[in-house]
Design a protein around this ligand. Structure first.
Ligand SMILES: Nc1ncnc2c1ncn2[C@@H]1O[C@H](COP(=O)(O)OP(=O)(O)OP(=O)(O)O)[C@@H](O)[C@H]1O
Ligand SMILES: [Mg+2]
Ligand SMILES: [Zn+2]
Length: 154
């Protein structure tokens, strides 16, 4: 029986750039937003969402040509995808691989949801959050951000 299904990869390998692998399923578009990727730039970007990972479970993947990530970008990605792996691609192969790490404190990364917080006033103090097991706690007003962190990322 002949298999008539289309063959081959839809996504071409990149020569140089970054593959963000093991992104929490459903977070790929938030990762793109953190990186400021709107789809109008010249480099090629591939996004896969809800692909099988291991025996059970799903993940998202983002592949970006000709781009290496800054630490501030990786810190933001860690907030929404704590298991992400950053692979640096050079000459088509993985030249470097590292995990992401959530820093103990976040400065200028997340906006405090409390409108009365000093970090949201006319002359705002730089936002500052302490990372706790229960969520992100505002250094100024103690507001606890526990969910939809992606929506508060600056
Ligand atoms: N040249 C390339 N272009 C695009 N994607 C690539 C390229 N090389 C590797 N990748 C992708 O980068 C990711 C990491 O590649 P690697 O070969 O290290 O896989 P792995 O052994 O499964 O890694 P891990 O142990 O981190 O899961 C994979 O998603 C792979 O498809
Ligand atoms: Mg793998
Ligand atoms: Zn606050």
């Amino acid at each position: 029986m002949t298999d008539e299904r289309p063959q081959g990869l839809l996504i071409s390998p990149i020569r140089s750039g970054t593959v963000i692998d093991h992104i929490t399923a459903g977070q790929a578009l938030n990762v793109l937003r953190i990186l400021g990727i709107t789809g109008t730039t010249a480099e090629s970007v591939s996004v896969a969402t809800n692909v099988a990972s291991g025996l059970v479970g799903k993940k998202d993947i983002v592949k970006i040509e000709n781009r290496e990530l800054r630490k501030e970008e990786v810190d933001r990605i860690a907030l929404i995808a704590p298991n992400a792996t950053i692979n640096i691609i050079r000459e088509f192969v993985v030249a470097e691989k590292k995990g992401v790490e959530t820093p103990a404190e976040l400065s200028g990364v997340v906006r405090c949801p409390n409108p009365g917080c000093i970090s949201n006033t006319a002359e705002p103090a730089r936002s500052r959050f302490i990372v706790t097991p229960n969520g992100l706690r505002c250094h100024y007003c103690d507001w606890l951000v526990t969910k939809e962190i992606a929506e508060h990322i600056l």
